[in-house]
Ligand binder design. Structure first.
Ligand code: ASP
Length: 410
């Protein structure tokens, strides 16, 4: 019997996962069926994410070093850098403006009773982290002993070291061709292992979605429904209209063609809520389905997975205004400008792991004097919101690589 294609299997996993999860939610937490199924989905989901994380560090390391080294053959190496960073900043700016506009128009949280969250709020111990400290910490985490960074799975430090190694390989040229060759083989063999892990994807994704759908707190969701709707709606506008439009205008690739090539990565991002864990799948989609060359993809995509997060930027901006509304504070235009910059900083600084954006959001809140404790209100709904924003974060990296390839191939 011939199995359906991997894409079909993944889509089936999504449908079954959400369906079974909602079914379990109606059965209730106490039912043994729910408990056993949640236990098994916990195991399978974690196994899938762990396998992806297993290949993450070798993949980031090899792909960036090789990506940068291969750029030397590219006639427009400087242009690649400039267009990549320019695209990251531009797309995050559009996302933040969308988030701020939606929050200004719909004013979620205005007039809401904060007291109902009093318990949650007082139970939350916010870590005090002023913007200046955040910045110092970010800088401090950039340069590390590469062996320690590799061993500890510190993605940001690995990204930076691989960038430097790549540049050294470019400058050293012929002299270090063996090291480059070795890294190229490391990259290829890691991608081969990613292909094996992807066979598990339909089950892993189904398991993650069962857990997500079964453990959502419906009561809280209805209370915060307006905010949830504004964030998800705006994130979708950015992901379904703004980004595909930019892609179409710059490369001529239609949204449908993009979706066909990108769906494995988008669905994995949605289910794992982690750009980093999804990175192996993202690279595979970009190179194999969307035909971005390895030199561009290997550079833009891993860099984007840690620094380019439209969904997170949009969320942090919208959430800051939501918290301001809850606290009955009106943020002036100037203060919203501060939110704009800190949201971008927060998105750049957030690692690609679940709920990372919640942590860096403390910086945004503090920058305009909003109560940091309000994060306690946002935490319980973050599992749901994180799915959409991570999918957009990953979509944005894929689109960035396609746009960069187009604009630098002259
Ligand atoms: N989960 C997001 C990601 O991995 C980061 C965030 O929490 O916003 O892209």
């Amino acid at each position: 019997m011939k199995l359906p294609s991997l894409n079909m299997q993944i889509l089936l996993g999504v449908v079954l996962g959400v369906g079974i999860g909602l079914g379990l939610a109606t059965l209730g937490k106490a039912s043994p069926v729910t408990q056993n199924t949640l236990y098994i989905s916990g195991l399978v989901g974690t196994l899938f994410v762990d396998l992806l994380k297993m290949v993450l560090i070798p993949l980031v390391f090899a792909s960036i070093a090789v990506g940068v080294a291969n750029l030397r053959a590219h006639k427009q190496i400087h242009r690649v850098w400039v267009v990549t960073l320019g695209f990251f900043v531009l797309s995050m700016s559009i996302a933040i403006v969308l988030g701020l506009s939606a929050a200004n128009i719909f004013e979620p949280g205005r007039g809401m009773q904060l007291s109902m969250f009093a318990d949650a709020t007082s139970a939350f111990q916010a870590k005090q982290l002023p913007v200046s400290d955040f910045f110092a910490q970010l800088l401090h985490n950039i340069f590390k002993n590469p062996l320690a960074a590799l061993a500890q799975g510190d993605v940001l430090a690995v990204v930076v070291f691989s960038l430097i190694l790549g540049i050294a390989l470019v400058i050293g040229g012929e002299r270090y061709k063996n090291i480059l060759h070795l890294l190229q083989e490391l990259l290829e063999i890691t991608l081969m292992i990613v292909g094996w892990i992807m066979r598990l994807a339909p089950f892993g994704i189904m398991a993650l979605l069962i857990k997500l759908a079964a453990t959502q707190d419906a009561a809280l969701l209805t209370t915060l429904a307006q905010f949830v709707a504004v964030v998800i709606g705006t994130t979708l506008i950015h992901g379904v209209i703004a980004l595909p439009l930019i892609l179409y205008l710059t490369t001529g690739v239609t949204p449908w063609r993009f979706w066909l090539g990108a769906r494995e990565a988008l669905i994995t991002a949605f289910a794992t809520s982690s750009s980093s864990a999804t990175l192996p799948v993202t690279l595979r989609c970009v190179e194999q389905h969307l035909h971005v060359r390895r030199d561009i993809a290997g550079f833009v995509v891993p860099l984007g997975a840690t620094c380019n997060m439209d969904g997170t930027a949009l969320y942090e901006a919208a959430a800051a205004l939501f918290v301001a509304n809850l606290a009955g504070i009106d943020l002036s235009f100037g203060q919203q400008l501060v939110v704009f910059f800190t949201a971008m900083l927060g998105a750049i600084g957030a690692p690609g792991i679940p709920s990372a954006g919640m942590v860096t959001m403390i910086v945004v809140l503090q920058s305009v004097g909003l109560p940091v404790e309000a994060i306690a209100i946002l935490l319980p709904i973050d599992r749901l919101l994180d799915t959409f924003r991570t999918a957009v974060n990953v979509e944005d990296d894929m689109i960035a690589s396609m746009v960069v390839q187009k604009l630098t191939d002259a």
